[in-house]
Design a protein around this ligand. Structure first.
Ligand SMILES: [Zn+2]
Length: 218
């Protein structure tokens, strides 16, 4: 009984803390970012959007505090923090997620990047049943080279045939959104989208936490 009480009081304490910095948060709901962290991250209201090389929506350009935070999250993710960022991303794209299927871009390695799945789960949770998670629809079909040292054209070539997709049922397919943590050149997203489209899925675009600025070569 005491251990239960202890756990409950720990839950109460942690519920009142910012999920990014751990400092006491004025909001008592928990799982939220404190005002200071939000100020430091400087996420633009409504996120950032574009249509190159496919339709996309992200929380912010990839840089500054958000970049530092995501680099720390890749090896050791904090699910509460990713859920809070997912809720914020959902508020930028809620209308397109109603009735949609979300598919995280899978890593090749078993212990690959955990963020796409966590972000997709967070988006589905934030949608309150409006969106559905379907990670099984997309798999890696072969290993590819690490992308970060490759230029734009090599990235695209590296990823040709890198994904296989489960055939779409029923018809007509529901709108499908790919989910990745960072959108760079879009070579990965395009390769995944092509595999899904070839299997009959209605791919709409990609939702991400951050987009590398267009001027950056990588
Ligand atoms: Zn904070």
């Amino acid at each position: 009984m005491w251990s239960t009480l202890w756990r409950q009081s720990l839950d109460l304490i942690s519920a009142a803390r910012c999920c990014a910095c751990g400092n006491a948060c004025e909001r008592s709901t928990g799982g939220a970012l404190c005002e200071r962290c939000l100020e430091e991250l400087a996420l633009p209201e409504g996120g950032v959007q574009g249509d190159e090389p496919l339709l996309w929506c992200a929380l912010a350009p990839y840089g500054g505090r958000l970049r530092a935070l995501l680099l720390r999250q890749r090896p050791t993710p904090n699910p509460a923090l990713i859920a809070a960022l997912a809720a914020r991303l959902h508020s930028c794209c809620a209308s397109v997620l109603a009735g949609a299927v979300v598919v995280p871009v899978p890593s090749w390695k078993r212990a690959g990047n955990p963020l796409p799945l966590l972000l997709a789960q967070g988006l589905v949770a934030a949608s309150a049943g409006q969106a559905q998670l379907a990670p099984q629809l997309l798999q890696r079909s072969r290993p590819t080279l690490g992308q970060h040292h490759l230029g734009r054209s090599l990235r695209a070539r590296n990823l040709q045939g890198a994904f296989t997709a489960q055939a779409a049922t029923p018809q007509p397919a529901r709108p499908l959104w790919l989910v990745d943590d960072i959108l760079t050149t879009g070579a990965t997203a395009r390769s995944a989208a092509e595999a899904l489209q070839a299997a009959g899925h209605a791919v709409q675009g990609l939702l991400a936490l951050a987009r590398t600025p267009a001027a950056a070569p990588r």
